[in-house]
Every structure is written in structure tokens, then in C-alpha cells.
Design a protein around this ligand. Structure first.
Ligand code: HEC
Ligand code: HEC
Length: 420
């Protein structure tokens, strides 16, 4: 709730150049997606590699060349934030810049580390002042294709809106820059590289070093974080029959089977069901309760992680979260919105049991009996061999090129031709 209203206020102030407004109502979704309570898993029907996609390839777009796998669509780019190579380079510098936190201890990359597919390895993130975030840092692979940002927020629809939250949000404090816009701009203006990059990235803007442009440049960089070169991609799209093991191939079949049902929610080119891209008629927006909790037997999830309900206050939205992409999933442990599952093996235990049972403590409850649980989380039995096969498939989604590509890495202290 707080994040949504803050986002609206600061984005409006930042992007329109006006004064910040206050208000506790979440903003109405701009393009009117259906109410989240009407959305559930039922319609997810795509095989992970069956979705027809417009062919974007690497064609130039207003002079910008996307580095996309041939079979990937192009991310949606807001009309007021067109892509350019220099803007992406500026965004990368900002993403890795600790001057974005008030005490200069953290950057975005502190919680989004490339080698972990831009997660942080913690169950719940810790902000620059030591405050614990209630949720698990999310991977940023293919984040430009995600229709609703963060774990359970149906009104956070663009990267530009989301970027404001970690910088200026204070519930919880991440970078801690609330009401410190002037300080931020002063710090950035003093940096030699920015004195070149901001005017080049925003030509014609009389005051290019601005909060709005910081947000735009970071968002442009995030749209380039494309991961589509895993062994599974080379097998399924690249014609390399031996790019994955026979075990992983069997695991792929199990993943797509009516026994496991995984593909209903983790489908399409990004192995998730809340996607948007150029050429798609409308963003797909879905949230699901997988039976992770059932506190008190009435379906409750522990606050403040009650899912979409935290925003809509609608009881039926209890425990409903966005299915995360499974790309690079082997390197993003621990799992789930609160990092409460340590390993992929235990994730399979959760689904096999049709929901997790917690026997003791304040969160005790039988998740499989959660009344709000999706009808697609039905439980199953796996032999040891089948379990190994599913895990092999999940591991085949790790894209080593993405995890190591210099174009996504920290640019500070390295040559920067575009800064000359
Ligand atoms: C203190 C750690 C921390 C910092 C610093 C941080 N993030 Fe995050 N990030 C998170 C957490 C935790 C989430 C999940 C948030 C939620 O669900 O409320 C997240 C979610 C996101 C998402 C949503 C991804 C998705 O798939 O929906 C994006 C995008 C993102 N962060 C970008 C950034 C950017 C850009 C910065 C720097 C301006 C940043 N983050 C700084 C921890 C952090
Ligand atoms: C009903 C839709 C649905 C089905 C079916 C489903 N998932 Fe999920 N999956 C989700 C949602 C929603 C989350 C996030 C849940 C949360 O954090 O509370 C998730 C989370 C995950 C995660 C952790 C992601 C992360 O980044 O932390 C993994 C791994 C995963 N699912 C694998 C699977 C596998 C394997 C199957 C099949 C056995 C499966 N899922 C079936 C919806 C689904």
C-alpha cells in the first residue's frame, strides 16, 4: 500500500517536475487490467516453448540495437523513454553507484548481484540502514518483459514506477533517499562521467541531471537485462539436441505434464505467466496462492506478506503472489516471496505436498488446506529418478553468459568509451 502510493507521488513529482502529492490510495492501473481477484491460474495453457511470438530479433529500433535471441519479442518501451546506447550506459553506471543511497553504502547492485541473476542470496534483503525488507530480492533477468513489478503488486506496471521505490521508499528503507532529491542531484552532478553521460542521454534537456532522468536511465538499462542463452534455450530453440542431458529432457516433459502442472503458471519464453511485450495485445497479469502458509487454518499468510491483499484489501487475494520466472533459478536461492524455502529440492517438496505444512511456531498450518489455494497446486508423487530429472531441467535454465556478460557488470573503474 505504502509503496504504491509513494510510487505514484514521487513518480508524478519526478517525471512531471511538479511537487509531490500525498495520498494513501493506490493509483488506478493506467490501462485498466482486470481486477486481480478475477485472475487466476485457469487460463495458463502454454507449453514453455509453444507460445507464438512476434519475431523482433536484433532489428534496430530508433537507432538502438537490441541484443535479443532471434525468437524473443521486444520489450515494451514507454514512448517518453526511448532506448539509446548512451542512456543504457548511464543507467548501468547508476545501477552500480552507491551515491544512490543516503549513507553511500548501497547501490541497486548490492541486492541485485549479476552472478546470482541479480538476486542477493538472502532470504530477505537488508537495506542501507540495516532495516530488513519483508521480502526476497527478485532476479532481474528479462525484467523488461514483466507485466506487474514486484511479488504482489497489481498496480506497479512499469520499470519507471518501480525504480522510484528502492531509491525513495521508506517502508522499508532500501537506499533511503526520501526527501533527499537535492543531495542526490548534487552528488551526481559532481561526477565527471555523468557530466558527459546525462546530456548525451537526454539531448535537449536543459537540466539533464534530474531524478526523472535517473529513473529513466536505470529503467533503460534494466530493459537490456535479457537472458535467453541457457542450455535449455540452445536445446529447444537452437537446434542443439545435446545441449541438455537426457535427464533434463525427461524433467522438461514432467514439468509440462498434467501430473506436475508447473507449466500452467511458469510458461512461455520467460517461464512465467505475467508477461508483456511488443506485439502482445494486453499485458497478462496473474497472481496465485500456492499454499505456502495456512496460519490458523483459515488461509492466512503472515503479515505484511499477505500477497495482493496487502494492496487491494480484498480477502480473496490472500496469499496471491506473482509466479516468478524460472530462468537462472538454480542461482537465485533461497526461494519464494519471503525466501522461506532454501533449496529447489524443498520447492518440489512444497508442490508435491500440494502446499507446505509448518508443524510448529507462529506460522504453523497445513498449506495444502489453504482455502485460497490455486486449483492447479494439487500434489503429486515423484520417484527419486523423476525428482532428479525435474531438478536437472530447472538447472538447464541457467544462462552463464547472462551471469558473466561484461555489458551487465559494474562499469566503474573500467574504460567507458561513451563517457569520453
Ligand atoms: C535493500 C535491497 C534492495 C535494493 C538496494 C534494491 N532492491 Fe530491487 N528488490 C529488492 C526486493 C526485496 C524486491 C522485491 C520487492 C517486493 O516484492 O516488494 C526487489 C524488486 C525489484 C524489482 C522487481 C522485479 C520483478 O521481477 O518484478 C526491480 C525491477 C528492482 N527491484 C530493481 C531495483 C533497482 C533499479 C534498484 C536501485 C534503484 C533496486 N532494485 C534496489 C531488494 C532491493
Ligand atoms: C498455480 C500456479 C503455479 C503452479 C502450478 C506452480 N507454480 Fe511455482 N510459483 C508460483 C507462484 C505464485 C510462486 C511465488 C509464490 C510465493 O512466493 O508465495 C512460485 C514460485 C516458484 C519457485 C520459486 C521462485 C523464486 O524465484 O523464488 C519455483 C522454483 C517454482 N515456483 C517452481 C515450480 C515448479 C517446479 C512447479 C511444478 C511442480 C510449479 N512451480 C508450479 C505459481 C505456480
Amino acid at each position: 500500500m505504502r509503496a504504491a502510493s509513494l510510487t505514484a507521488a514521487v513518480v508524478l513529482a519526478a517525471l512531471a517536475g511538479g511537487a509531490g502529492a500525498c495520498g494513501d490510495d493506490p493509483p488506478a492501473p493506467a490501462s485498466g487490467p482486470p481486477a486481480p481477484s478475477e485472475l487466476d491460474a485457469s487460463a495458463g495453457d502454454g507449453d514453455v516453448d509453444a507460445e507464438p511470438l512476434p519475431d523482433a530479433g536484433a532489428e534496430p529500433d530508433d537507432g538502438y540495437t537490441w541484443e535479443l535471441p532471434a525468437w524473443f519479442p521486444r520489450p515494451v518501451v514507454p514512448a517518453d523513454n526511448p532506448m539509446s546506447a548512451v542512456k543504457v550506459e548511464l543507467g548501468r553506471h547508476l545501477f552500480y553507484d552507491t551515491r544512490l543511497s543516503l549513507n553511500q553504502s548501497q547501490s541497486c547492485a548490492s541486492c541485485h548481484e549479476q552472478e546470482r541473476a541479480f538476486t542477493d542470496g538472502l532470504a530477505r534483503s537488508v537495506g542501507s540502514t540495516g532495516e530488513e525488507h519483508p521480502r526476497n530480492a527478485m532476479g532481474l533477468a528479462n525484467v523488461g518483459y514483466v507485466s506487474t513489478l514486484t511479488w504482489a503488486n497489481p498496480v506497479l506496471l512499469t520499470l519507471e514506477q518501480q525504480t522510484v521505490v528502492p531509491i525513495f521508499g521508506d517502508e522499508p528503507v532500501e537506499l533511503g533517499m526520501r526527501n533527499q532529491e537535492g543531495e542526490l542531484i548534487a552528488r551526481l552532478s559532481a561526477e565527471a562521467r555523468y557530466q558527459v553521460l546525462f546530456p548525451r542521454a537526454f539531448p535537449g534537456d536543459p537540466a539533464p541531471v534530474s531524478v526523472g532522468n535517473v529513473v529513466k536511465a536505470i529503467s533503460a538499462f534494466e530493459r537490456t537485462l535479457v537472458s535467453g542463452n541457457s542450455p535449455f534455450d540452445r536445446f529447444s530453440r537452437g537446434g542443439e539436441a545435446n545441449a541438455i542431458s537426457e535427464s533434463a529432457k525427461r524433467g522438461h516433459s514432467l514439468f509440462n505434464s498434467e501430473k506436475l502442472e508447473c507449466f500452467h503458471c511458469h510458461n512461455g519464453f520467460n517461464l512465467m505467466d505475467s508477461t508483456h511485450f511488443e506485439g502482445k495485445s494486453a499485458p497478462e497479469i496473474r497472481f496465485h496462492n500456492t499454499g505456502l502458509y495456512n496460519v490458523g487454518g483459515l488461509g492466512a499468510y503472515p503479515a505484511p506478506n499477505r500477497g495482493v491483499m496487502e494492496i487491494t484489501t480484498n480477502g480473496d487475494d490472500m496469499g496471491r503472489f506473482r509466479a516468478q520466472s524460472l530462468r537462472n533459478i538454480a542461482v537465485t536461492a533461497p526461494y519464494m516471496h519471503d525466501g522461506s524455502i532454501a533449496t529447489l529440492d524443498e520447492v518440489l517438496d512444497h508442490y508435491a505436498a500440494a502446499g507446505r505444512t509448518i508443524t510448529t511456531g507462529p506460522h504453523a498450518g497445513v498449506g495444502s488446506q489453504n482455502p485460497y489455494k490455486s486449483a492447479l497446486v494439487i500434489g503429486f508423487e515423484l520417484t527419486a529418478g523423476e525428482r532428479a530429472d525435474v531438478l536437472a531441467f530447472l538447472r538447464s535454465l541457467t544462462d552463464d553468459e547472462f551471469l558473466t556478460a561484461p555489458r551487465f557488470a559494474n562499469p566503474w573503474g573500467k574504460p567507458c568509451p561513451l563517457c569520453e
